[in-house]
Design a protein around this ligand. Structure first.
Ligand code: GSH
Length: 212
């Protein structure tokens, strides 16, 4: 069956994570760029993603949202790309993906918003404990590398690597040697470069209207 893959995204968004993953799996796909505001909230789009957010992937009629889910889904349904974990890699793979998509994302965004908890008694209620602990946990996941699962690049690297790359770009994660070396290793990948070139071209074409 011919695959029908359509990615709804915006070049100034987390959609870059999904776009990179699309390039990694090497299947033909269609990209639809949506502007923030009216286009993301149009009924035709909220019928697909009620959040009115990007990215959204539609694969043969099935809707997949959430960047981490899109990365793992694509690795699973296109095993020939070799980006799904082996049985031995699964613990580290899932642990890293869920940790980055949950605790790390919350720790980083809360801090960016200026929301902090100063009560040590309440730190245990936060899934990420504290920003410092979450970042230390993230760095520990990189281990000896070169990738999350050791010697092999997997879909977990697309997601975790994007979190680290974006964090370094926006100054929301510290510039540790381990984070920088990992980011540089991933950014050298051809699939990353292709996705980046497409998104950068879309930004140049659509200009500030692509922004919020
Ligand atoms: N948890 C979602 C977050 C998606 C998200 O927040 N996307 C932002 C852009 S980075 C968005 O579409 N914002 C538009 C809006 O909320 O109006 C994911 O990981 O995919």
């Amino acid at each position: 069956m011919a695959e029908n893959l359509k990615l709804y995204t915006n070049p100034m968004s987390r959609g870059r994570i999904a776009h990179w993953m699309m390039e990694e799996i090497g299947q033909p796909y269609e990209t639809q760029y949506l502007r923030y505001g009216e286009e993301m909230n149009a009924p035709t789009y909220t019928a697909i993603n009620p959040m009115g957010k990007v990215p959204t992937l539609v694969h043969n009629g099935a809707v997949i949202t959430e960047c981490a889910a899109i990365c793992t889904y694509l690795a699973d349904v296109f095993p020939e790309a070799g980006l799904a974990p082996t049985a031995e890699e699964k613990a580290q793979y899932y642990r890293s993906l869920f940790f980055a998509a949950g605790p790390v994302e919350q720790a980083v965004t809360n801090r960016t918003m200026g929301w902090s908890n100063d009560d040590p008694m309440k730190a245990g209620m936060l899934g990420y404990g504290s920003y410092e602990r979450a970042i230390a946990g993230l760095e520990a996941l990189l281990g000896d590398g070169p990738y999350i699962c050791g010697d092999r690049f997997t879909a977990a690297d697309v997601y975790v690597g994007s979190a680290i790359g974006w964090g370094l770009d926006f100054g929301t994660v510290p510039e540790t040697p381990a984070f920088k070396a990992y980011r540089d290793r991933l950014n050298a990948r051809e699939a990353y470069q292709r996705a980046k070139a497409k998104d950068d071209a879309a930004m140049a074409e659509f200009g500030p209207n692509m922004g919020g």
